[in-house]
Design a protein around this ligand. Sequence first.
Ligand SMILES: *Cc1c(COP(=O)(O)O)cnc(C)c1O
Length: 431
Amino acid sequence: MNISKSKTLFSQAQHSIPGGVNSPVRAFKAVGGDPLFIKRADGAYLYDEDDNAFIELINSWGPMILGHNHPEIKEAIIKAMENGTSFGAPTAREVHIAERIVQMVPSIEKVRMVNSGTEATMSAVRLARGYTGRDKFVKFEGNYHGHGDAFLIAAGSGAITMGAPNSPGVTTGTAKDTLLAPYNDLEAVKQLAEANKGEIAAIILEPVPGNMGLVLPKEGFLEGLRSLCDKEGILLIFDEVMTGFRLAAGGAQERFGVIPDLTTMGKIIGGGMPVGAYGGKKEIMDYVSPVGPVYQAGTLSGNPIAMAAGMAMLDHLNDHPEVYEQLETIGTRLVTGVKKSLEKLGLSYTMTHLGSMYSLFFTDQEVIDFETAKSSNTELFGKYFQAMLKRGVYLPPSQFESLFLSTALKDKEINHILQANEESLKEILSL
Ligand SMILES: *Cc1c(COP(=O)(O)O)cnc(C)c1O
């Protein structure tokens, strides 16, 4: 595969951009090799600067659930652009998209638009703290909530000790208010709640984590957190930046029937434009400025072009429930096919799958949390990634990311992926 233009751009990029990229995972550090510079995308395919074509299994880390360049979204963006790109004042579109979100997402009665998932989670935690008058919150190891200081926290030594900064620049002052628990461990959360009684504002989690590879919540885990929160006056925040509008039209909360107090969203909600949102019960959301005391603002929040793209996306998902059935079918076909090859070749593996998300872990352990996810052979994953790329399939460049499927994957692409998978597995096993 000739990637000379990408190579040249990457070395040029090092001079003016830290590490040559605007978000670290894009640098391919976890899998080796040079990142591809993408020139364009269409439907199920990405094209790099050297005009190599790749079948998409990242889809911009989730947003492009209908594939690239979907005609309805493209048209909405072009039409909106003709009337100006930013006003910094209220628009009819913001009312419409808010009403659409309220209608689609079970827990949301009011919603505020922001510009990224990171902003959504930072704002939701601030709101939870303001509303409850408490400082601490609980997050889970291996769950990602964007790059806000309060979330860049690693577990301390004991199960119920306070967190420690996970990045230089995050202060110990910030870290002391973030409590960490292993995912799927309800007992650990109960212990934290006991040891910090009356001090915890919120528990935030990915209801179905996709940021340590895909991990499924154990039966009763989400329900258990819901009852604990009710009992202790803690707000339950579902970070559905990844799962929202993906696992169902109403996200993981609809799929699992567990209703959080606040929900954060991003990715799909912008139809490929930079958008995030947080919403929930009226009474809590009315604590946000200007009606309430908790401050949160944004110059480009509710941007007309971004809202037009998001609106077209949400309208499509709302009006076409068959999208979710299609995604289930595509997911099941791929996972079944990949497993068949793995069995045939006798490789030890764990696969996790829900709807249009799945992960292949190179481990024989059941993956239920960050510890077990880390038991994967990441070196083998790196080889598998490169072998797939060479065969025209673009996987997330890390073991600890979920794959994201789109409705643009048809028979031809599914067959190509399964063929590439079997050949790649043989290659890494040197058969
Ligand atoms: C991607 C992601 C974020 C961060 O969103 P950005 O738009 O990248 O800031 C937060 N939470 C979850 C669960 C995510 O997957």
